[in-house]
Design a protein around this ligand. Structure first.
Ligand code: AMP
Length: 447
């Protein structure tokens, strides 16, 4: 019996099938996700909504468990057995108590780019050099692997050319197994229930597919490279904490040699494409203000959670079949915005203080939001037309900003300019922007 009371909006996972519901009860199957609406008078009973069928009904708290947010600290790791650059003697020290098959992987200090697999065997530690050649890894030059995860999985199932099958990973201190944590918190999905259909997009890190998970249309991001997948886990951990109608919802992840991130499917694609392919003749001004409002609502929610997006731009806003704009791509979103390298910054969207001093904050998101508003009212034009990145960087730092898009309402342009104040403290908060856009929305006629 759950002793904890669940509030409205809590997400739960069904622990069992409930396929013959009595009157007023909700029908669900094991693994279905349900959202709590409210507690009833009866202890342990709730009114809930089925996320897939949208039906509402009564459930017993015994039949479900709460989905928990994933804590990113200590770091979730896809490779908890990977210890980075440590010496051989250090690895020997770590592999205690000596049990046959206890192992770790380290980076080779002597051979740059190679790795070493260290395995306990008969009270000793055997070190195998893992050669990295032509983007593949091997120990015996016979069996080759795409990445370390692949290699470890293989030797956990086969002895191959090494002294013993791998049995137990020695986790690096300060990390915990992503698979275990995701599964415990209810975010690990079942590959067997996922159907991958056609490709719908191409992101920086790989293809995006349309698919089906237990009857729900979903988007699937597949990340093949182990190191990239590791950094995407941070995105996933952030997404488990947030739930808002204007933020693309994470449904869960699958870990099977590769990482699959499964989110709600946004049938109309990215906002920038939506605007470019339809243009002024199709999209009414009120709709542009509506998009601005929806993005602002999503950002206000992130602001309230003290999360900084860092890559807010029309390409990262997706449009649902119901024409609702939602913020996506939390790849760079960080609860702690201090430590990041800035080689890949989207310069035309990034606030001056972030470009210059790496100072990211909700207020630097507000700057990007101003650029996003400009994109919306110019129907998806690239910002700062005909200006090089270097010019933009130099001029913006001295107070330069873009002119108003053609036929843009003066009030909306004035909001953009308020987002482009050089002093972050003078920029409005999303909450304030939302109030202003709401007024604008009310006073604009639909046509
Ligand atoms: P991303 O890797 O997030 O930059 O996505 C690349 C492209 O894939 C986007 O521009 C969209 O066209 C498509 N895409 C990404 N996520 C989704 C989604 N949840 N639903 C539909 N299409 C998506």
């Amino acid at each position: 019996m759950n002793t904890k009371a669940w509030g409205p909006g809590t997400q739960c996972i069904a622990k069992c099938d409930h396929t013959k519901p009595k009157l007023n009860e909700l029908r669900f199957e094991k693994g279905d996700i349900l959202t709590i609406i409210e507690a009833t008078q009866n202890k342990g009973q709730y009114r809930a909504k089925h996320n897939k069928t949208c039906e509402e009904g009564l459930i017993s708290s015994n039949a479900v468990r709460e989905r928990e947010a994933i804590r990113a600290d200590p770091a979730l790791s896809l490779m908890p057995w990977f210890h980075g650059k440590i010496s051989g003697p250090n690895a020997v020290q770590l592999l205690q108590p000596r049990e046959n098959g206890l192992f770790l992987v380290r980076e080779s200090i002597r051979h740059q780019g190679d790795y070493v697999l260290c395995v306990c065997y008969q009270n000793d530690v055997v070190h195998y050099r893992v050669i990295y050649q032509e983007k593949k890894l091997t120990i015996d030059e016979e069996t080759w692997f795409c990445n370390l995860i692949d290699m470890v999985e293989y030797y956990m199932k086969n002895q191959g050319a090494i002294c013993t099958q791998l049995v137990k990973p020695k986790p690096k201190e300060g990390t915990k197994s992503a698979e275990k944590e995701l599964s415990k918190a209810g975010w690990l999905l079942d590959m067997a229930k996922l159907k991958i259909e056609e490709q719908v997009g191409e992101g920086e890190f790989g293809a995006v597919y349309k698919g089906d998970y237990m009857g729900q249309t979903v988007a699937i991001k597949n990340i093949k490279c182990d190191v990239t997948a590791q950094s995407f886990l941070a995105e996933t951990a952030v997404m488990t904490k947030i739930q808002h109608k204007n933020l693309v919802r994470l449904l869960g992840v699958i870990l099977q040699n590769e990482l699959y991130i499964v989110t709600e499917f946004m049938g109309k694609g990215s906002l920038v494409n939506y605007l470019r392919t339809r243009g002024r003749t199709v999209i009414a001004e009120k709709q542009l203000i509506q998009f601005s409002y929806e993005v602002c609502e999503g950002m206000e929610y992130l602001e309230s959670k003290k999360l900084v997006h860092r890559d807010l731009a029309a390409r990262n806003i997706l449009i649902s079949d119901e024409i609702v704009a939602k913020v996506s791509d939390f790849g760079l979103a960080k609860a702690d915005p201090k430590k990041e390298d800035n080689a890949k910054l989207p310069v035309k969207w990034t606030a001056p203080e972030a470009l210059k001093q790496n100072k990211f904050s909700t207020k630097s998101d507000v700057w990007s939001y101003g650029i996003l508003l400009w994109e919306i009212f110019s129907f998806g034009k690239p910002p700062y037309p005909r200006m090089s990145l270097k010019d933009v960087k130099d001029k913006v730092l001295t107070g330069y900003h873009m002119e108003s898009p053609e036929e843009c309402p003066a009030s909306m342009y004035s909001l953009m300019k308020s987002c482009w104040e050089l002093d972050p403290g003078k920029r409005p908060a999303f909450k304030k922007l939302k109030g202003k856009i709401e007024k604008e929305l009310r006073s604009t006629k639909a046509d």
